[in-house]
Ligand binder design. Structure first.
Ligand code: PTJ
Length: 253
């Protein structure tokens, strides 16, 4: 058991969830390595949601509220780190949930499907993909005709750059959650939330509820005024400032 008083309780809990996910067949071994890279960036970001991420979350919530057919892509890591929250977000914006894996096996798809159904998902796309995204060769190309293939907005987390670029090329608006502001995914997406998925998804749900009352034009203004490349630079600046010891400013960012 991890004591709650442990200064690294959150991080150790996430590691435990991933290891349990691996044993249950949902997470890939590679997913553990990917998590480690994210954890390093999270450490540099102070393990909290910084102001650029909050701004991106507002734009992302607006985009999801305006979308006609939003879909949330789920992989082995996100399915065990925040399954209830992913299902909650899908309900709050009426988005589809689709399993899309880089290291795809039928066993893993079944295990992830079980996790999502056990957390209240009513419908999960991607179990038997019947369409392909052009421009990528990995297993991630296999998508559901009624899910990602026909989506206008796709939310991806812990993603590889290839598919993000392919989604953007196929004229979908892409929201990415990625702790690494330098990743190809972060740069290629329309809106990148540089934050840990375990903090970003609950905050997205909260923000959707807060913005739901806005008029369509006001939501569109929030999207139009968002500059992803500038926002990524702001995340990098925060890391650099903290790194240079400018910790006094930490609470204001
Ligand atoms: O379940 P599968 O088979 O689809 O495999 C998925 C993995 C995660 C193995 C695959 O997508 C992968 O290899 O991802 P990458 O290319 O390592 O990219 C993962 C990105 O997510 C990196 O930029 C990490 O910094 C970031 N990341 C890792 N953990 C988190 C994170 N971002 C947000 N929240 C996290 N908890």
């Amino acid at each position: 058991m991890i004591p709650k008083s442990h200064p690294r309780f959150e991080s150790l809990t996430q590691r435990r969830l991933l290891v349990e996910g691996l044993r249950a067949g949902a997470t890939s071994i590679e997913g553990l390595i990917a998590y480690g890279r994210g954890e390093a960036f999270d450490y540099l970001l102070g393990e909290r949601t910084r102001s650029p991420a909050k701004k991106a979350i507002e734009a992302a919530a607006s985009l999801m509220l305006l979308a006609e057919h939003p879909v949330i892509s789920v992989n082995g890591n996100t399915s065990v780190l925040c399954p209830a929250e992913l299902v909650g977000l899908s309900e709050s914006v009426d988005a589809g949930l689709e399993i899309n894996l880089f290291h795809r096996t039928d066993e893993r798809v079944r295990a992830i499907n079980d996790v999502l159904l056990n957390h209240g998902a009513k419908k999960v796309y991607g179990v038997a993909p019947d369409a392909e995204l052009s421009g990528i060769e990995s297993e991630r190309r296999r998508v559901d005709g009624e899910g990602i293939y026909s989506a206008d907005v796709v939310l991806v987390a812990l993603e590889d750059g290839d598919r993000t670029e392919a989604l953007v090329k196929s004229k979908k608006r892409v929201i990415a959650i990625d702790l690494n502001p330098l990743s190809r995914t972060a740069v290629a997406a329309d809106i990148t939330i540089v934050d840990n998925v375990v903090r970003a998804v609950p905050l997205l749900i909260e923000t959707v509820e807060r913005l739901r009352i806005l008029e369509k034009d006001d939501l569109q203004d929030l999207i139009n005024s968002f500059d992803n490349q500038q926002n990524l630079k702001n995340s990098i600046s925060i890391i650099l400032k903290d790194f240079m010891g400018d910790r006094k400013k930490k609470d204001s960012t």
